[in-house]
Design a protein around this ligand. Structure first.
Ligand SMILES: N[C@@H](CCC(=O)N[C@@H](CS)C(=O)NCC(=O)O)C(=O)O
Length: 259
C-alpha cells in the first residue's frame, strides 16, 4: 500500500463493513490502495466530509456520496481529475473491469453484476436484522422487532439465498464449485465469500447447524475454502489490515441466533 496510490478507499475506520468488499478486490489482485481512515492521520475527516449534507459536488466536480464507502480514483474523472464513486456495487463493477474481476465477456460481466447484487442484498438484509426499524436508532431501542426480523431471516432468508448460490455454483461446471461464473475469480465470488464469512460471525449457531446438517456443501466447503487462495488474500486475512467485526453490519447478538 502506498501514499501515492491511484485508488483511495473512503470508509469508516476499524470495521470491515461495506468497505471490505472493495478491500478484498484490491487484496485478491495485489493492487495498491490507500485505506484513508485506517492509514492516514486525520483521515476520518475525509470520510466525514463525504457525508456533508450541504455539498452538491466535490472539488473535482463529482456528485457527492450519500454514504461511505466511496472510492477516489486519481486521473479517471473529468479532464484528468479524480473520479469519486460511491455505492458498493458501482465501485465493484468499476474496479472489476480494471482489475480483471468482472468476467471474460459481456455476458459474464452481466451475470457477475447480478450475482454480486444478490450477495449484497443478503448483506443488506443482515444489517436489517439488528436495525429493522431505524438505521439511526440503537439496537437496544428496537430489540423486539430485531428478534422477529432475525428469526425470519435465519429461518427463511438464509436458506433461500444460500440455496440459490449453491445452485449457481453447482450449475457452473467450469467453476468446479470454486467460482460463480466461468473458471476465474470475480468480484461476485469475493462479495459472496465476505457475506458468508460475516454470517458465520453474526449467527454462528445457525450457520454451524446448517453446515453440520450437510446443507449448502458447495458454498460452505469448496467455495468458502477456495476464495482465500487467491492473490494476497490469505496473508491479508491474517494481517491487522483485516479489521475485526464489531458494531458494523455483521454483529453477534446471541439472542438473535438459533437457540
Ligand atoms: N447502498 C449503499 C449503502 C451505503 C451505507 O449504508 N453505508 C453505511 C456504512 S456501511 C453508512 O455509513 N451509512 C450512513 C448513512 O446512510 O447515513 C452501498 O452499498 O454503498
Amino acid at each position: 500500500m502506498s501514499n501515492d496510490a491511484k485508488y483511495e478507499l473512503l470508509y469508516w475506520p476499524g470495521i470491515p463493513g461495506r468497505g471490505e468488499f472493495v478491500r478484498l478486490a484490491f487484496e485478491a489482485t495485489g493492487t495498491p490502495y490507500l485505506d484513508v481512515s485506517n492509514q492516514v492521520e486525520g483521515g476520518i475527516h475525509q470520510i466525514l466530509a463525504l457525508k456533508d449534507e450541504k455539498a452538491s459536488h466535490d472539488a473535482d466536480g463529482n456528485p457527492p456520496a450519500l454514504a461511505p464507502p466511496a472510492l477516489r480514483i486519481h486521473g479517471e474523472g473529468k479532464n484528468g481529475k479524480s473520479l469519486l464513486l460511491s455505492q458498493t456495487p458501482a465501485i465493484l463493477a468499476f474496479l472489476g473491469e480494471k482489475l480483471e474481476l468482472a468476467g471474460a465477456d459481456a455476458t459474464e460481466k452481466a451475470w457477475i453484476q447480478a450475482l454480486a447484487l444478490t450477495a449484497l442484498d443478503l448483506n443488506n438484509e443482515t444489517h436489517d436484522t439488528h436495525h429493522p426499524v431505524s438505521t439511526l436508532a440503537y439496537y437496544e431501542d428496537q430489540k423486539p422487532e430485531a428478534l422477529r426480523r432475525a428469526t425470519d431471516f435465519r429461518e427463511t432468508r438464509i436458506p433461500k439465498f444460500l440455496g440459490y448460490f449453491e445452485r449457481v455454483l453447482k450449475g457452473n461446471k467450469e467453476g468446479q464449485g470454486k467460482y460463480l461464473v466461468g473458471d476465474k475469480l470475480s468480484y461476485a465470488d469475493l462479495t459472496l465469500w465476505q457475506v458468508v464469512h460475516g454470517l458465520k460471525f453474526a449467527f454462528p449457531n445457525e450457520l454451524k447447524a446448517r453446515e453440520e446438517a450437510g446443507e449448502f456443501p458447495t458454498v460452505f466447503k469448496t467455495f468458502f475454502a477456495s476464495v482465500p487462495e487467491h492473490g494476497q488474500l490469505k496473508e491479508y486475512l491474517e494481517s491487522d489490515r483485516r479489521k475485526p467485526y464489531s458494531k458494523g453490519i455483521f454483529r453477534h447478538y446471541p439472542e438473535l441466533d438459533r437457540q
